[in-house]
Ligand binder design. Structure first.
Ligand code: TXA
Ligand code: MG
Length: 336
């Protein structure tokens, strides 16, 4: 497709207007622009241009039935996407937008079918990132954007990650520095009762409950049908991932020795681990704080891939707060 991918640096706190206009022009012509959001980088196309959206699937190698989140800059943008906003959605929008919460709403006729993978619903969110918001405003249309990674790979949390996956395949990458959340948005389906979290994120079940009452985790076959993205193996490094219970250094050491004896290159991702004996795995010590952990995890998985690791032993995290989202991604990375 594009022979050259332009990387432009934009200030995250006060985005340069000219650069934003340049990027918006690329989108207006049907091109692909990767841009930062507060969660992860997104790979954007004009959401109302079906041909442009198609290029997202091509560039990512994404299954055509996996729908894409549409990003808006103001609640007025919802008009182009849905004819009906349920009351619960209004309360959530008031409280959590802009922010890492995606709402599944009934789609209006104006939304191209390929955006929603043929579903009659559309996933929408308003990101909390000045560059993202300015870009949507400058385009004057919502932007369809999945996470900016090749399908099945860990999501990109820096412009460098995006370049790794898409150099020569997309028109432009906006380098707006590191992301602040690090894992993708919470996806909430309000079309069923009780509402279901199809993908956990920084906005948790406890955060949502006061606004919508009982909320369930939408796992299992039903959840898969409703959120096709959760059907595929995801967030996966090329290496095999093995999850272990926290603070069990002895168990980790046993696994390390076993793998190394088998001639494999091993990495340990844990809050603490002191290698003993002669065999030395690669060790990445993760922060205790879950917010900081979330910001780092995808970068660590990518880095270990670069190093050609065969096996990654990862210590489980707590599942409170954003920990539920982290564990969801780790479990997916470990699933084969
Ligand atoms: O934080 C995020 O959400 C990032 C940034 C770029 O905004 N985007 C992101 O997009 O993670 P993606 O495409 O990697 O994940 C979107 C998820 C998928 O699991 C997809 O199946 C689900 O949302 N989804 C999208 N539209 C849906 C719909 N209409 N019904 C159910 N699930 C939907
Ligand atoms: Mg993704």
């Amino acid at each position: 497709m594009s022979p050259h991918t332009f990387v432009i640096k934009i200030r995250p706190k006060s985005p340069q207007k000219r650069s934003i206009l340049t990027a918006a022009e690329v989108l207006r012509r049907g091109g692909l622009v990767a841009f930062p959001t507060e969660t992860v980088y997104g790979l954007g196309a004009d959401a109302l241009n079906a041909d442009a959206v198609k290029q997202i699937f091509v560039a990512k190698g994404r299954p055509l039935d996996n729908p894409i989140i549409v990003h808006i800059a103001s609640t007025a943008d919802l008009e182009a996407l849905t004819d009906h906003i349920p009351e619960a959605a209004s309360r959530l929008i008031e409280k959590f937008w802009p922010g890492p919460l995606t709402l599944i709403l009934k789609k209006s006729a104006g939304v191209p079918d390929n955006v929603t993978g043929g579903l009659d619903s559309v996933a929408v969110r308003m990101p909390q990132n000045k560059i993202a918001l300015a870009l949507i405003k400058a385009l004057g249309h919502p932007i369809a954007a999945p996470s900016a990674n090749l399908s099945g790979r860990p999501s990109g949390t820096s412009a460098a990650h995006v370049l790794q996956d898409f150099a020569g395949k997309i028109d432009m990458i906006i380098d707006g520095g590191p992301v602040s959340v690090g894992v993708e948005s919470t996806v909430l389906d309000l079309s069923r009762k009780p509402p279901a979290i199809l993908r956990p994120g920084a906005v948790t079940q406890e955060d949502l409950a006061p606004f919508v009452g009982r909320v369930v985790m939408g796992r299992g076959a039903e959840g898969k049908k409703r959120s096709p993205g959760t059907r595929y193996r995801h967030y996966s490094p090329k290496a095999r991932v093995m999850l272990v219970e926290p603070t069990d250094e002895a168990a980790i050491a046993r696994l390390v020795n076993q793998y190394i004896k088998g001639g494999e290159k091993v990495a340990v991702v844990a809050s603490r681990f002191t290698p003993r004996g002669r065999t030395r795995p690669i060790v990445r010590i993760m922060p205790q704080g879950l917010d900081e952990y979330a910001r780092q995890i995808f970068a660590v998985l990518r880095e270990l891939d670069e190093l050609g690791v065969d096996e990654i032993i990862i210590e489980k995290t707590e599942e409170k707060g954003i920990g539920a989202a982290i564990m969801d991604r780790l479990k997916r990375a470990a699933a084969r």
